[in-house]
Write a protein that binds this ligand. Structure first.
Ligand SMILES: O=P(O)(O)OC[C@H]1O[C@H](O)[C@H](O)[C@@H](O)[C@@H]1O
Length: 316
């Protein structure tokens, strides 16, 4: 074993394993030890670990890892509907379907970085899906890990139908936090938001930073493409960068709602916070042959690396 291997260095790798229900999971490993795991159930990233092996995403101890239930945790994909504003089941069906690995996907735009290891997943509608949402689409998801352990996700949704269709979308990202009372979000101050707890009424954020003392369920509108989630307990900051996704959803169910969610522990709201790059207020319309791209990039850095070092105008 060479000296670098002794320090935990390894080659980037991708491996397909079975979970305890026999469902395939794709495990990505970056050279300095970071890893990510995506289940073909929902095309859902269910784990993202840093180079020290620490889990950065929350998954409930009561999560059910079998269709037709979505997995409570990780990064469910809400498509073609976010929430319950529409005729479909809550958050659409993509998170409950079996995806496939695509070995030879169409190329991304030139110049797009794809990390040091990645996997491409694909969802096409089934006959049943077409009965409730009669639109032919191809949803391609690339999940990548950078050499530094950053997690990036690129969603490409293509209209392969003969007529236009409209959808909403979210990367419903369950971040793992030390304690919700130790967490604040920077980057959403002064924005307007729709409050799901008040019939989606529109308000303007008055706080300098968002902190948590009760249930929160909001869609921040026209949010910047870089938002920071500071966790004082872990002295760690999540940097969330997005592209093609105008809104940011913030959700914590708090005590009472937690007790009503069957696949969620009564006290688990303390260890999680959902901050989603999303397109909710203005759904996306694709004409036949058109494709939409929405990107999300997550990094976890020591909090001493302050948000002021970030340039919100830099695209990902
Ligand atoms: O329980 P789920 O269907 O996974 O939804 C969990 C939550 O997702 C989003 O954050 C919505 O804004 C919430 O209203 C919803 O409660």
């Amino acid at each position: 074993m060479g000296p670098s291997a002794a320090l935990g260095d390894q080659r980037a790798s991708m491996e397909v394993v079975k979970d305890w229900n026999g469902i395939d999971q794709v495990v990505l490993r970056a050279p300095r030890g970071a890893s990510a795991r995506a289940s073909l159930h929902g095309g859902q990233v269910i784990s993202w670990r840093n180079g020290r092996g620490e889990e950065l995403l929350f998954t409930s101890s009561k999560a059910i890892f079998r269709p037709p239930k979505a997995i409570r945790g990780g990064i469910p994909l809400c498509f073609p509907q976010f929430g319950n504003c529409g005729s479909l089941e809550q958050h659409g069906f993509a998170r409950n379907r079996m995806w496939v690995v695509e070995d030879d996907p169409p190329r991304l735009r030139t110049g797009e970085s794809t990390g040091c290891v990645s996997v491409d997943l694909l969802l096409r509608p089934s006959e049943e899906d077409l009965k409730c949402w009669p639109h032919c689409f191809e949803f391609r998801l690339r999940v990548s890990l950078g050499a530094d352990g950053d997690l990036s996700m690129i969603s490409r949704i293509r209209n392969v139908d003969g007529k236009k269709f409209t959808f909403s979308f979210a990367y419903h990202t369950y971040l793992s936090v030390s304690d919700i009372s130790e967490v604040r979000i920077e980057g959403l101050e002064t924005l307007d938001y729709l409050d799901n707890l008040c019939n989606r009424e529109r308000f303007t954020e008055q706080e300098d930073a968002i902190t948590f003392e009760s249930e929160v369920d909001r869609v921040y509108l026209g949010s910047p493409d870089v938002v920071a989630v500071l966790d004082h307990g872990k002295k760690q900051t999540f940097i969330i960068k997005k592209e093609g996704l105008p809104d940011t959803v913030v959700w914590n169910p708090w005590e009472k709602k937690s007790k009503s969610i069957v696949d969620f522990g009564d006290d688990e709201y303390k260890q999680m916070l959902c901050v989603d790059g999303a397109a909710v207020e203005r759904p996306i319309t694709l004409r036949p042959g058109e494709e939409w791209t929405g990107r999300l990039e997550l990094s976890a850095v020591p909090s001493s690396f302050c948000i002021k070092n970030l340039d919100p105008t830099r695209s990902i």
